[in-house]
Ligand binder design. Structure first.
Ligand SMILES: [Zn+2]
Length: 457
């Protein structure tokens, strides 16, 4: 069958996906997965749907190659975080095209990747292109709530269907403008998480007679200590390499930071104190393990001083750090009177070494299209489906190419879970061309660092 151009197909698919509300919770990814399944069936492919719970649908599809090389996995999650419509300029599930962008929750996190991957595989199938590798696409549920019904479920129950040498997914591949330079960060490492319950006991009593040693008072003190603490700095090579690249490219902007690097504690403090600068805050999170108090619980009656107070801590660990390391650092901050219990955790992950044939292909395809721009390895403070997909041995790169023009007023970091999430239509077209070229080149096709539009079926 005749398909629209790669860019048009991507845009149409992205727009349709944005119009489906997959806010998690509750997720309800089924309609989005079915939409993609229909798009694959149209070109003769046989997508499979898997559910860990009703309507929490995952899709896997495979475009067969010659098998000369092991498969490449493309991945995207179909769920999105909630959106407060009253804060948006366009309704969050409109998929409207406005001011050169597609608007909607999921535009960059990450229905755009689902659309690009689908369009690329549709064209490979429709044109009967045989690559050296099978190209697998997994569209998964439940990433935003921890991956249990999505990537984790697939890895634990349907592993053979997604086993691959390389995997591409979030986070990375977007234009990051710093001063005069443009970077394309590619995720090669992500922090681990350690969710901890902190428990404090004290003397219970009647509310009419206050006590200094009550659990609630001690809880307040512990929260203050944690909130103000600067956790120890651990230099990781991913962050140092990233800074080093920035320094080579952007001496003026970064020189003060580099001087501070000799005194990492100071750097962390500076990064943390710069008010209102989200870059500084996220940068600070890359220098140490972190711990945020999130849930607080104590007492049930106004006139009873409870004997127990609890709070939950969202802890995050750097590559090279363990759960025990974080607990030790927490104890140093909170002192002996606070019992700590790990509720759930997953270790940091790294793609090591960063260099590989796929890394080279990514670098060449991006840098040849945008002279002067640099692809840089990047550590992210959050977690993604990579936590689970890497468990089957795939080398993971966070690479979802999107071009964001310098003066567009759009910053990728603000779009992510922010209001007015949108993706530039031209940047999406650029992205799918780059991703398509990367997929083909790593799979043995002869590809120039140029647009592939002539091959459109
Ligand atoms: Zn995401």
């Amino acid at each position: 069958m005749a398909l629209p151009s790669l860019a048009d197909d991507t845009k149409r698919l992205c727009q349709s996906l944005l119009r489906i509300d997959t806010t998690n919770p509750p997720g309800n990814e089924r309609p989005a997965a079915e939409l993609l399944a229909a798009a694959f069936r149209e070109v003769g492919l046989q997508p499979e749907l898997f559910e860990a719970e009703p309507n929490r649908t995952n899709l896997i599809v495979r475009h067969r190659g010659t098998g000369a090389q092991p498969p490449l996995l493309l991945s995207a999650h179909l769920d999105v975080v909630e959106a407060d419509a009253s804060k948006w300029q366009r309704p969050p599930f409109s998929g409207d095209e406005h001011e050169g962008c597609l608007w909607g929750r999921g535009a960059v996190d990450m229905k755009h990747m689902a659309a690009m991957s689908t369009a690329i595989i549709r064209r490979l199938a429709a044109t009967g292109t045989k690559l050296d590798r099978d190209i697998i696409f997994a569209a998964v549920a439940d990433e935003e709530a921890g991956c249990d019904l999505g990537a984790r479920f697939l890895v634990e129950n349907h592993r053979s269907k997604i086993e691959a040498e390389y995997a591409l997914g979030e986070v990375g591949g977007f234009s990051l403008h710093l001063g005069e330079s443009t970077f394309y960060p590619v995720q090669v490492a992500e922090k681990g998480f350690v969710w901890v319950k902190a428990r404090i006991t004290g003397e219970p009593g009647h509310g009419s007679m206050p006590r200094l040693d009550s659990a609630v008072t001690k809880l307040g003190e512990a929260l203050m200590r944690l909130g103000k603490a600067q956790m120890p700095v651990h230099q990781t090579k991913y962050v140092m390499q990233f800074l080093d690249m920035l320094r080579q490219q952007q001496p003026k902007l970064i020189q003060p930071l580099v001087k501070l690097l000799a005194r990492p504690q100071l750097l962390a403090r500076v990064a943390r104190l710069v008010p209102g600068v989200s870059v500084a805050r996220s940068f600070s999170a890359l220098l140490s393990n972190t711990a945020s108090a999130t849930v607080v619980r104590a007492g049930a009656k106004t006139n009873v001083i409870p004997g127990v107070a609890e709070f939950e801590i969202d802890g995050r660990t750097l590559p090279g750090q363990t759960d025990e390391d974080l607990i030790r650092e927490l104890r140093a901050v909170l002192g002996e009177g606070v019992e700590l219990e790990i509720m759930k955790s997953a270790p940091p992950i790294v793609t090591e070494p960063v260099a590989s044939p796929l890394w080279d292909v990514i670098t060449r395809q991006v840098e040849s299209r945008e002279p002067g721009a640099r692809v840089v390895p990047y550590l992210i403070p959050g977690f993604t489906d990579a936590k689970y997909f890497t468990q089957m041995g795939a080398r993971w790169y966070g690479f979802v190419p999107i071009k964001i023009e310098k003066n567009s007023g759009i910053r990728f970091a603000d779009m992510f879970h922010g209001h007015d999430e949108r993706v530039p239509v031209a940047g999406l077209a650029w992205g799918v061309e780059v991703l398509d070229a990367v997929v083909r080149e790593i799979s043995g096709a002869q590809v120039q660092g140029e647009s592939f539009e002539s091959a459109a079926g």
